[in-house]
Design a protein around this ligand. Structure first.
Ligand code: GUN
Length: 308
């Protein structure tokens, strides 16, 4: 590929494009809001998302507040249900049962993590899969893995939406997924290998026990880094022209920011970016897309797209 001058007058072999997750998320929320307006104008129901928040964990409070704000931006109704950290599993299960039965609630989430005395898996499995807009219920996970319409969990759905909106080719490409978590690594690997676009890729999943991780990365046309290990992916692990999707968001102490920390991705951005064709920054890449995916799932829940 021809060399192109960057703003800072450095030269690179591959013209690099930043994937702007923040702008994409804003655009999608505006599209959702326009569709909701049409639905309501035609006499349809305003989508309604409920969020259950247990305890006062700072991170969870922030996430749930952001989800409620996004609902407002999309024209959805939202309801926040709060419990103290000493709520019993039985009380929480009773709440889920009420939300399952409530015809006005289209979809709901139980914000994780939960206190240790509550089984997260039991709670997830108690949610009616038709209202499981987080896509965590085994029925949604299973349906996703066999290519049936289902609620897909937010981060993998957000990654695929970014690839689609940037027209990034995936068919026949070698995609290396770093990390095998249930909510990112496994589902994104399964989606990338499925028939259709974005998909049809040859997928390799690497994890903490992989022995040839660097060699695998060097062969990758697309790397999806979801290890939670700050700046793990270095320039000498990346082939020229690769597409890099950085899912990492680790809070690393910083003397530069007011808050005393900065969000750091799994990719050493400054040295990797000049080699790439496309790269997602941290922050502002995959992160803003996750809440946006929840909004898309809630719109589908309201329209009963997947389940009647
Ligand atoms: N905690 C961190 N991320 C998530 C998420 O996507 N959904 C829920 N329910 N809890 C979370």
């Amino acid at each position: 590929m021809k060399s192109e001058a960057l703003n800072n007058n450095q030269l690179t072999e591959s013209p690099m494009n930043i994937i702007d997750g923040k702008a994409t998320a804003q655009q999608i929320k505006a599209e959702i809001a326009a569709e909701v307006k049409e639905i309501v104008a035609a006499g349809g129901k305003q989508p309604h998302l409920a969020a259950v928040l247990v305890g006062h964990d700072g991170g969870s409070e922030t996430y749930v507040a952001a989800k409620c704000k996004a609902c407002e931006e999309c024209g959805f109704k939202s309801t926040l249900i709060r419990y103290e950290a000493d709520v019993t599993e039985q009380e929480l299960l009773a709440c889920i049962d009420r939300l399952n039965q409530d015809a006005d609630i289209d979809g709901f989430i139980v914000q994780l993590p939960l206190p240790k005395h509550i089984s997260e898996q039991k709670i997830i499995e108690a949610i009616d899969y038709r209202k499981d807009v987080d896509g965590f219920h085994p029925i949604n996970v299973g349906r996703t893995s066999i290519g049936l319409p289902a609620f897909v969990s937010a981060t993998p759905a957000g990654i695929l939406e970014l690839l689609k909106r940037y027209n990034i080719e995936t068919a026949g490409k070698h995609c290396v997924v770093l990390g095998r978590s249930n909510i990112v690594g496994k589902p994104v690997a399964s989606l990338m290998m499925q028939k259709g676009y974005p998909g049809d890729a040859t997928v390799t999943v690497c994890h903490s026990k992989s022995k040839d991780l660097k060699e695998q990365c060097l062969k990758a046309d697309i790397i999806i880094a979801a290890l939670g290990s700050p700046e793990f992916v270095k320039a000498d692990m990346v082939k020229d022209g690769a597409v890099i999707v950085d899912v990492g968001t680790t809070r690393v102490p910083s003397t530069v920011t007011k808050s005393g920390f900065k969000l750091t991705g799994d990719v050493k951005f400054d040295e990797v970016a000049p080699k790439c064709s496309y790269i997602t920054p941290v922050p502002g890449g995959v992160g803003p897309m996750t809440i946006c995916s929840l909004m898309m799932n809630t719109l589908h829940a309201g329209k009963k797209t997947y389940y009647r």
